[in-house]
Design a protein around this ligand. Structure first.
Ligand SMILES: C=CC1=C(C)c2cc3[nH]c(cc4nc(cc5[nH]c(cc1n2)c(C)c5CCC(=O)O)C(CCC(=O)O)=C4C)c(C)c3C=C
Ligand SMILES: [Fe+2]
Length: 449
């Protein structure tokens, strides 16, 4: 498994061909840092020392990396947790998402938050390599260290990415002086009426995996470790990644049936990533350099209206051919759109087409890395309409990039007739951790308690 601080190394073909499924009966895991006694006590104190559950101790059951068998042809089944960048940003997008936002509980102090972040680091590291949450295996007087539903499953390239919201840097935890300079609540943007209860949060966790159960398991276990320390604020499940983030991936389709991600940033292009995605030396807060900003938007698609629209109009909305994904001025998906082309005196790619308004050529070179997923909330119990759309996630070196784009899209996009922004979030995602480092010392710096 690659454990390099060179971001490029994570894209190199890994020697790992795929881990064996998790098993409670497997030999001991490679050593993972145990939760601190403080956090462990807190965990036991808040969960309760009640459930004497018989059976194997999943917490110690580290997956043993198998050789000679390939879980997936194209991608290794594990993504290294450690490295210069947090995994889950430049990582080729997995098929499934579980995203959760949390607020720090009123009774939590700086020490307790730091202890939890140390515990989370150990748990996230273990889960991404296919092991269970570390703890005290075999302790029949305590709840199991791991909830168990991922036992027997391969990690499916699980990545766990953490982010911090603007509110975390208020006066509660002594973090005011460490706030990343661009981490401020986003301004009101055109046409939006966001649900505050399903927006924002002090911390977020983005878990992505090719297996939905593995992604859910990761968030569930982090949430469980946070009992009494953090309160869940909102959660979103995603399927059918709606952006390709690597040329090795076929472009997926969104719920409107269009290929989505064709002109996304190629995450293997280091120069583009430095220019548009990674926070660089311009940021005074050194600890966040090498990280990124995550903007999320739950965007409902008005699918009943969309499904009644003509094919020609649907294609005008995006400026692309629905079948091939080609721009209306081209023949193949990856042809460069010609925004000057006219037919009968009008633009072939309409003046209000989504790709015209969003294109970097028309926004002073501005680009973002999209990493969204489709979502569904079932049906509206009153109207019977389908509830679903795009859980938009984008990474960028400055949230102003999103604001600039959304100001234009919110006012002029032909797509607006068929969508509504439901909720959103902004989080600073720190750089990756070196082996032995943890999220607490990274966030709090040398003053960690
Ligand atoms: C503020 C940023 C963006 C929001 C919000 C957004 C919503 C949104 N997009 C689609 C579907 C497509 N988007 C496409 C391209 C595209 N979209 C954005 C930005 C936002 N989209 C950008 C920067 C681009 C690239 C533009 C370019 O350079 O050409 C496409 C075309 C294919 C592609 O290149 O990915 C589709 C399709 C939906 C459905 C949606 C909200 C529900
Ligand atoms: Fe878009």
């Amino acid at each position: 498994m690659t454990d390099s601080h060179d971001p490029a190394a994570r894209h190199a073909p890994a020697a790992v061909t795929g881990p064996a499924p998790r098993s409670g009966a497997e030999p001991a895991a490679p050593p993972a840092p145990a939760p601190s006694s403080v956090s462990r006590r807190r965990l036991l104190g808040t969960v309760g020392v009640s459930a004497a559950v018989a059976g194997a101790a999943l917490g110690a059951g580290g997956a043993v990396l198998a050789t000679g068998h390939r879980a997936e042809a194209a991608e290794p089944a594990t993504v290294p947790f450690h490295g210069a960048r947090q995994a889950g940003i430049a990582t080729p997008a997995q098929d499934r998402l579980c995203f959760a936002s949390f607020d720090v509980a009123a009774t939590t102090d700086r020490a307790a938050l730091a202890a939890l972040l140390r515990t989370w680091t150990a748990a996230a590291e273990a889960m991404t390599r296919g092991a269970g949450v570390p703890g005290h295996p075999g302790d029949l007087q305590s709840p199991p260290d791991d909830t168990g539903e991922a036992a027997g499953l391969t990690p499916g390239r699980l990545t766990i990415t953490v982010g911090y919201g603007p509110s975390l840097f208020d006066d509660r935890f002594g973090l005011k002086g460490r706030r990343p300079s661009a981490l401020k609540p986003l301004p009101y943007l055109p046409r939006e009426d966001l649900d505050a209860t399903a927006s924002d949060g002090d911390l977020c966790v983005q878990a992505c995996s090719d297996d939905p159960q593995v992604a859910f398991h990761a968030v569930r276990n982090l949430r469980r470790l946070a009992f009494g320390v953090l309160n869940p604020r909102w959660m979103e499940l995603g399927f059918g990644r709606t952006s390709s983030t690597s040329p090795s991936q076929a472009t997926p389709r969104n719920l409107m049936g269009f290929k989505d991600g064709t002109r996304n940033i190629d995450t293997t292009d280091a120069a583009l990533m430095d220019q548009h995605v990674w926070i660089g030396a311009e940021e005074p807060q050194r600890w966040i350099r090498g990280g990124s900003y995550l903007v999320s938007r739950k965007i409902r698609m008005l699918l009943e209206a969309w499904d009644r629209d003509s094919l020609g109009d649907q294609q005008q909305v995006f400026g692309r051919d629905k079948s091939s994904g080609a721009p209306l001025t081209g023949r193949a998906e990856r042809d460069t759109p010609d925004f000057t082309a006219k037919a009968d005196g009008t633009y072939v790619i309409a003046a209000d087409a989504h790709i015209r308004l969003a294109a970097h050529e028309n926004n002073k070179g501005l680009r973002i890395l999209r990493r969204g997923y489709s979502y569904t909330d079932g049906i509206d119990p009153v109207t019977g309409d389908l509830l679903g759309g795009l859980f938009f996630i984008a990474y960028m070196k400055d949230p102003g990039q999103f604001v600039t784009l959304q100001r234009v899209l919110g006012q002029h996009d032909k797509l607006n007739e068929y969508i509504e922004h439901v909720s959103g979030g902004l989080f600073a995602t720190p750089p990756g951790l070196a082996a032995g480092q943890d999220w607490a010392s990274q966030l709090f710096g040398s003053r960690t308690v």
